[in-house]
Write a protein that binds this ligand. Structure first.
Ligand code: NI
Length: 269
C-alpha cells in the first residue's frame, strides 16, 4: 500500500492544484470531520500502443495492482480497464480508459499522431508518462473545438494530457454524509452543479453501485490563440453495496460510467 500511496500523492497534489473547485469540496468534507477515502482514480488516453492503457497502468502494476475488469463504450468509442491493489480492499481502484483511434475520423487520427510524434521518445512506453501532464506543444483553440465536435474526450486529453481526470469519494467511508442523497444535497447547498446526464444518480442499490459527479470546473488555459476557459476535472462520488455473498461490489457499470464521462461535456448547444 505504501508503494501505491507514493504514486497517488503527486497525482492528488497536481489534481488539487489544477482544480480549486475540487479542493473546496475536499475541505468542506474534512471541515465536517469526514475522512475522505478514494473509491477510484480515473485516467484518459488514446489507444496508440506507445501511450495506451497498459503504458499508463505500469506504475500501478509495479506497486501490486491487478487487472480486474474491462468495459466497452460503443458510442463514445472508448475501452477501459480497472485495476485493484491485491490484498488491500480500501485502496483506490484505478480506472483507465482509451479512445479507439481506428474508429475515429482521418482528421482526429492525424491530429493525435502528430501529438504523439511530439512526445519525447524516453516517455513513450514509459511508466513515467502518467505523471507528465500535457507532453506536447501549447494547444490550438481551433483544433480543440474541432476535436470536441467529434469527441469531447479527445479534446480534453489534447488540452490536459496525462493526469487524473477525476478522483472519487467513497461514500461508504463517510460518517455523516453516508447516502448519495445527503452528498448531493450537501454539494448543491454549497453551490456545486451536478452532472445530470443519465440522472443525478447513476446506478442503484440493486445494481450494487451508485455514482454521481459534479460537472467539471472551468479553468483558464493558454491556447495559441489566447486564453480560454475550458472544463478541466471533476469530483465523483460512489456508494457500493453488498452482493448476495455479502461482499461489497468492486466493479464498474458501463452504462453509468458512460454518463459520468460527460461531466467534462456539458456545453452541448
Ligand atoms: Ni469514475
Amino acid at each position: 500500500m505504501e508503494k501505491a500511496q507514493k504514486l497517488f500523492d503527486p497525482i492528488w497534489e497536481d489534481y488539487l492544484k489544477q482544480n480549486p473547485h475540487v479542493k473546496k469540496i475536499y475541505e468542506l468534507f474534512t471541515d465536517l470531520g469526514e475522512r475522505v477515502v478514494n473509491d477510484h482514480i480515473a485516467f484518459r488516453t488514446y489507444n496508440d500502443p506507445r501511450i495506451n492503457i497498459d503504458v499508463l497502468a505500469q506504475q500501478f502494476i509495479e506497486a501490486g495492482y491487478e487487472f480486474k475488469g474491462e468495459y466497452q463504450f460503443e458510442q463514445k468509442k472508448l475501452y477501459a480497464k480497472h485495476f485493484e491493489l491485491a490484498g488491500f480492499k480500501d485502496a483506490p481502484r484505478i480506472f483507465i480508459s482509451e479512445l479507439k483511434l481506428e474508429e475515429m475520423s482521418p482528421f482526429l487520427r492525424k491530429t493525435v499522431n502528430a501529438l504523439i510524434d511530439q512526445i519525447p521518445t524516453n516517455l513513450l512506453n514509459s511508466p513515467e508518462l502518467i505523471f507528465k501532464g500535457r507532453v506536447w506543444e501549447k494547444p490550438s483553440y481551433s483544433i480543440y473545438e474541432k476535436l470536441r465536435q467529434e469527441s469531447e474526450y479527445a479534446s480534453w486529453l489534447y488540452v490536459f494530457g496525462f493526469r487524473a481526470n477525476h478522483f472519487t469519494v467513497n461514500i461508504n467511508a463517510l460518517k455523516q454524509l453516508d447516502t448519495m442523497d445527503k452528498v448531493i444535497g450537501f454539494l448543491k447547498s454549497n453551490g456545486f452543479k451536478m452532472n445530470t446526464s443519465g440522472g443525478e444518480i447513476k446506478g442503484s442499490p440493486e445494481s450494487l453501485l451508485e455514482q454521481s459527479s459534479i460537472i467539471a470546473g472551468t479553468i483558464p488555459i493558454e491556447f495559441i490563440e489566447g486564453i480560454y476557459n475550458v472544463p478541466s476535472c471533476y469530483y465523483e462520488f460512489a456508494k457500493r453495496y453488498k452482493d448476495k455473498n455479502g461482499d461489497i461490489y468492486g466493479g464498474f457499470i458501463a452504462k453509468s460510467a458512460d454518463k459520468i464521462f460527460e461531466s467534462t461535456d456539458y456545453r452541448k448547444n
